[in-house]
Ligand binder design. Structure first.
Ligand code: ADP
Ligand code: MG
Length: 237
């Protein structure tokens, strides 16, 4: 399991100063969030933790070791859940396992378990276009979980979902995370979502991107805003 240190990093793209002196400590097993307006550099921070980019100054480390390249122990989930449209759900979710040389039968079993876990049991043979946005998002989460990541990096994963699917997915994420020891960093521009899900919230301001405040959510755990109740309340109105 991993703790992550973003240690006083700055990032420039040519003359554009995107991040300045950003420090974020993620304890092992912590659920943290970054909130801030569009363009303030949130995705850039996440890409560095994912090993997809490097800071101009400062260091990004996992368990005190520099992060240089992408590693299957740290997965990044995007808002546009980038499933392969020509592959079935089973083939999409099992893709990483296939690359890792996991034999077919074992893959099938594992994918089946993961789909159950994210509420997509029985959807193995469906293609992405046959699923709703929420279901595609679940499939991409299942695909990420297939690699048994220690760190989950979520880049506005619920942005495109309708309100009810969003609440259901948020609760599913909490259930997957509770007691798993996984370190989660969620990016959102929705402050309510950050406070509901995360224990620690880092607030960023733009031009250049800086952490202006780090706050703690005081909502007790476990948290479960019940999606089903929400639907019922809506129907009563
Ligand atoms: P956020 O995720 O908070 O919306 P980003 O991290 O995507 O912000 O981007 C922050 C700033 O960095 C933006 O102004 C964006 O245009 C710029 N930027 C991001 N990646 C690159 C890149 N590869 N080359 C040049 N500019 C970039
Ligand atoms: Mg972004």
């Amino acid at each position: 399991m991993q703790s992550i240190q973003v240690d006083n990093i700055s990032k420039r793209f040519g003359s554009l100063e995107v991040l300045k002196n950003v420090t974020i400590d993620l304890k092992q097993g912590e659920f943290a969030a970054i909130v801030g307006p569009s363009g303030c550099g949130k995705s850039t921070v996440l890409r560095m933790i994912a090993g997809l980019d490097t800071p101009t100054e400062g260091h990004v480390t996992a368990n005190q070791k520099p992060i240089k390249d992408p590693d299957p122990s740290r997965v990044l989930i995007f808002q546009e859940h980038a499933l392969y449209p020509w592959r079935t759900v089973e083939k999409n979710v099992g893709f990483g396992l296939e690359l890792a040389g996991v034999p077919k039968q074992k893959r099938k079993e594992k994918v089946g378990e993961l789909l159950e876990k994210v509420g997509l049991g029985g959807f193995q043979t469906y293609y992405p276009h046959q699923l709703s946005g929420g279901m595609r998002q679940r499939a991409s989460i299942a695909r990420a979980l297939a690699m048994e990541p220690e760190v989950l990096l979520l880049d506005e994963p619920f942005g495109a979902l309708d309100a009810i699917t969003k609440i259901t997915m948020q609760n599913e994420l909490l259930r997957l995370w509770e007691g798993s020891g996984k370190t989660v960093l969620l990016i959102t521009h929705d402050i309510d979502e950050a406070i509901y899900l995360a224990d620690t919230i880092h607030v960023m301001s733009p031009r250049p991107g800086q952490i202006v405040e780090t706050v703690r959510s005081t909502i007790p755990r476990p948290r479960n805003r019940n999606g089903a109740d929400f639907v019922q309340v809506r129907e009563k109105i």
